[in-house]
Design a protein around this ligand. Structure first.
Ligand SMILES: [Mn+2]
Length: 327
């Protein structure tokens, strides 16, 4: 087992201009849990110099519960794109949209999106991907080899309490903690065979970090500067930087983090799909963070229509008897 210090990566996130120079065609980002904190999100978008005409930004869900959700969705609706091929904001639902009495349940949005990069396939889901969904989606994707983005909605029966895909939208402490005692996460071989990189939120880093150790998984790393954690083969990233300020073990950092897909896609491409922590230490930074800033009071009376009325191109995962199917 690695020492705690070996498992911590520290990289400053001041390299967006270099990334922009390298990728004038635009960048793909995934953004962690926001919980109504519109001002912090705007700060993060400013930091990555978000360009709505060129960038694709994917959100892992949990817009509600905290901050000002109406102000947040009003801001997000400016850039929202129901057409996943076009640049702008793309959203999936989190457990706060599905349960917990959300102000906006966003029932017309997908729960899982997959973005095909040059080498890696990025699976974006609120709490993670379980093997049952992984296999189903990969079969579906193999039928459309030229499609870049896939979107799936989970029918309630597939992810309600005790349902097979429950942990895609809601897992108690993140899938990693469950990986060792419930085999729900796709195997390392499966993830490698499909060039998979799972991006999720839902579980803030502070749930897993004790003063002298981590309490989840065996081989996860902590990205100190932006407060996210990931597995050493880079097969998954948890980008929930605890904007709600949930406190555990004296950790009080609050922020929103995002990941630039191009950085890890390129790294995987260069190393024939084999990623490792050692590569991360030498590679350019691909994780950006914005520290929490109180969103204050907003007096907007409009509603986030472009999101609420969106008609997304997505398939539905259903449960027929006890068999999962894509419709
Ligand atoms: Mn959540």
């Amino acid at each position: 087992m690695r020492s705690l210090e070996d498992r911590i990566v520290t990289k400053p996130d001041d390299n967006i201009d270099e990334l922009r120079k390298k990728h004038p065609e635009g960048l793909h980002f995934a953004v962690g849990d926001i919980h109504g904190e519109v001002r912090t999100l705007k700060k993060l978008m400013k930091k990555i110099r978000f360009d709505p005409a060129r960038d694709h930004v994917y959100f892992v869900g949990d817009y509600d519960s905290g901050g000002d959700v109406t102000a947040l969705l009003n801001y997000m609706s400016r850039y929202y794109q129901a057409d996943h091929e076009l640049p702008g904001f793309h959203m999936i639902r989190g457990n706060h949209e599905r349960e917990l009495f959300p102000v906006y349940p966003l029932e017309n949005l997908p729960d899982i999106m997959v973005v095909r990069g040059r080498k890696l396939n990025f699976y974006i889901a609120h709490a993670g991907i379980v093997s049952a969904a992984f296999g189903l989606i990969n079969d579906d994707m193999s039928r459309e080899p030229h499609r870049k983005v896939f979107a799936y909605r989970l029918e309630d029966s597939t992810c309600c309490y005790d349902a097979p895909l429950r942990q895609v939208v809601w897992s108690l402490r993140g899938l990693y903690s469950q990986r060792s005692w419930r085999h729900v996460w796709p195997s390392e071989e499966d993830l490698t065979a499909h060039n998979a990189c799972i991006i999720h939120g839902h579980s803030p880093y502070c749930y897993f970090k004790k003063p002298d150790r981590f309490t989840y998984g065996d081989d996860n790393l902590f990205w100190r500067s932006q407060h996210v954690w990931f597995c050493s083969e880079l097969r998954s990233f948890n980008i929930d930087a605890n904007v709600k300020g949930r406190e555990q073990n004296g950790e009080t950092y609050r922020g929103i983090a995002c990941l630039c897909m191009e950085v890890y896609d390129e790294l995987a491409d260069k190393h024939d799909g084999c990623l490792s922590t050692d590569l991360v230490h030498d590679a350019e930074n691909g994780i950006f963070g914005a520290e929490y800033e109180h969103c204050g009071w907003n007096y907007s009376t409009s509603s986030p229509d472009s999101i609420l009325n969106a008609v997304c191109d997505m398939k539905t995962i259903v449960l027929e008897g006890d068999v999962l199917k894509i419709r």
